[in-house]
Write a protein that binds this ligand. Structure first.
Ligand SMILES: [Mg+2]
Length: 402
C-alpha cells in the first residue's frame, strides 16, 4: 500500500476545524485533526506547502519512520504549528492501519485495559448559585466528575463563564476580545465557591478546577492549600509551565493534585514535571503534541512515575482528536480521566462518529480505525472564519495570561 494523495478540509461548523485526509492507492483513507485554535491557517500552510508533498508514495504502515522523518528531517523542531501538522499525519496513518487490519485502533495500542473511561464535564455559572445549578444539571446527566468555574465578584468576564446563557465557548469570530482579571479577588473567592458546592452536592462527586495559568507559583500554592478541605480531583494549569521548576514550590505547600500541559507540544515540556513528580496528571493533547505516536511514549514515561493522563478534550479539538484520545486512553494503564466538552450538534453532524458517552463514562466504539468520518458536503456549507481566543488584562491594564 502507498499514500496516493492527501488534502485538507477547512470548515467552521460553529467553530473552525482543519482536517487532513490521506488517501491510499488501495482506496483506504485516514483522517487527522490539524486544528490549532486561533492559528488554524498556519498549520494548513505548513501541511500543504511542506509536509504533504513528502508523503506521496510512502508506505502508510511505516508510522514511526514517517513521524521521525517529519520531526528530525525538518531540522527545526517542536512548536505548536509543526507538532500539530505531524499529529495530523500520525493520526491519519493510525486510522489507515487500523482500517486496513479491520480492527478498532485501540487494538493496535495494546487493546482495552478498562471497560469505560471516566470523563469530566464543564459546569459554569455567573456566580455561586449559578455554578451550583450547573453542577446539579451535570449530575442529572450522570457525570461523576465535574469542572467548576464561576464568575468572580468584581471581575468582568471571568475565564470559563459563558455569555448569554449559552454553552461555554471561548473562541470568537473577529479580532480578540479583552477581559479583566484580578488575582487578589479570585484568591479570596475560590475557597468560598468550593465550600458552597461541596455543601450542596456532598463528598462523592469529583470536583475539578482550572486556574488557566493565571497565578504565580506561591499564589497557586496558597490556593491549593485553601482548597484542600474540598478535596479536588485536580487544580489545572496553576501557573505557566515554561519554568517547570515553579511546580516544585507549589508541591512543597499543598496536597491538592496538579494537572497541566494542554498547551505543551513536546514531551520535553513535561519531562522535569514528570520525573520530579511535581504533577499528577498530564494534560497534553494528541493534536498539539505530535500525535498518538508521541503521546503513547509520553504516557508510558509518565506511568513510571505514577503520573496519569488527563487529555485535553475541549471543543477546540475536532471529533477526530476526541476519538484518537479515547482509543489511546482505553488502551494505556495510566489513564486518569478524559475531558468531555461536547461539540455542538452541527459539528457532530459534520463529523459522524462511533464514540459515545453514557453514565459518566465514554467509549471509543468498535468500528475499524478511529470510527470517525467527515461529511464533506455539509462541511463545505460552513467555510473557515477568522476567530481568536480572548486576551486578559489585570485591573491596571497589564496584559496577563488568558
Ligand atoms: Mg484548561
Amino acid at each position: 500500500m502507498k499514500i496516493a494523495s492527501a488534502r485538507l478540509i477547512l470548515c467552521s461548523p460553529d467553530r473552525n476545524f482543519v482536517t487532513l485526509r490521506i488517501e491510499t492507492d488501495e482506496g483506504i483513507y485516514g483522517l487527522g485533526d490539524a486544528t490549532l485554535n486561533g492559528r488554524e491557517l498556519a498549520v494548513a500552510a505548513y501541511l500543504e506547502e511542506h509536509v504533504i508533498p513528502c508523503l506521496i508514495g510512502r508506505d502508510p504502515f511505516a508510522i514511526e519512520d514517517i513521524w521521525q522523518y517529519l520531526y528530525r528531517g525538518a531540522y527545526w523542531r517542536r512548536g505548536p504549528v509543526t507538532m500539530s501538522a505531524i499529529a495530523a499525519v500520525d493520526v491519519a496513518l493510525w486510522d489507515i492501519k487500523a482500517k486496513a487490519l479491520d480492527t478498532p485502533l485501540y487494538n493496535l495500542l495494546g487493546g482495552k485495559s478498562r471497560q469505560g473511561m471516566l470523563v469530566y464535564a464543564h459546569a459554569n455559572g455567573a456566580d455561586i448559585p449559578g455554578a451550583i445549578e450547573s453542577v446539579k444539571r451535570h449530575i442529572d446527566q450522570g457525570y461523576l466528575a465535574i469542572r467548576v468555574q464561576s464568575g468572580v465578584p468584581g471581575v468582568n468576564a471571568s475565564y470559563g463563564v459563558p455569555k448569554g446563557g449559552k454553552a461555554y465557548e471561548p473562541a470568537e469570530r473577529g479580532l480578540p476580545s479583552e477581559s479583566l482579571w484580578s488575582t487578589e479577588r479570585y484568591l479570596n473567592f475560590a475557597p468560598k465557591l468550593f465550600e458552597a458546592v461541596r455543601m450542596e452536592v456532598g463528598e462523592d462527586i469529583h470536583l475539578l478546577h482550572d486556574l488557566h495559568h493565571r497565578l504565580t507559583p506561591i499564589e497557586a500554592a496558597r490556593l491549593g492549600k485553601s482548597l484542600e478541605p474540598y478535596h479536588l480531583f485536580w487544580m489545572e494549569d496553576p501557573t505557566p509551565a515554561e519554568n517547570q521548576d515553579g511546580f516544585r514550590l507549589i508541591r512543597q505547600h499543598t496536597t491538592t493534585p496538579v494537572a497541566t500541559g494542554e498547551v505543551f507540544n513536546s514531551f520535553w515540556d513535561a519531562h522535569d514535571l514528570i520525573r520530579n513528580q511535581w504533577i499528577d496528571y498530564l494534560r497534553m493533547t494528541i493534536v498539539h503534541g505530535g500525535g498518538i505516536t508521541a503521546l503513547k511514549k509520553a504516557a508510558d514515561f509518565a506511568a513510571v512515575y505514577q503520573v496519569r493522563t488527563g487529555f485535553h478534550g475541549a471543543t477546540d479539538l475536532s471529533p477526530v482528536t476526541m476519538a484518537a484520545a479515547l482509543h489511546l486512553g482505553i488502551a494505556i494503564h495510566n489513564f486518569g480521566i478524559q475531558e468531555h466538552m461536547p461539540h455542538t450538534p452541527l459539528a457532530d453532524q459534520v463529523f459522524p462518529h462511533h464514540y459515545r458517552y453514557e453514565g459518566g463514562y465514554m467509549d471509543p466504539g468498535d468500528a475499524p480505525g478511529l470510527g470517525v468520518s467527515i461529511d464533506e458536503d455539509l462541511a463545505g456549507q460552513y467555510p473557515y472564519q477568522r476567530a481568536y481566543l480572548p486576551v486578559a488584562r489585570k485591573l491596571d491594564g497589564t496584559l496577563t495570561d488568558w
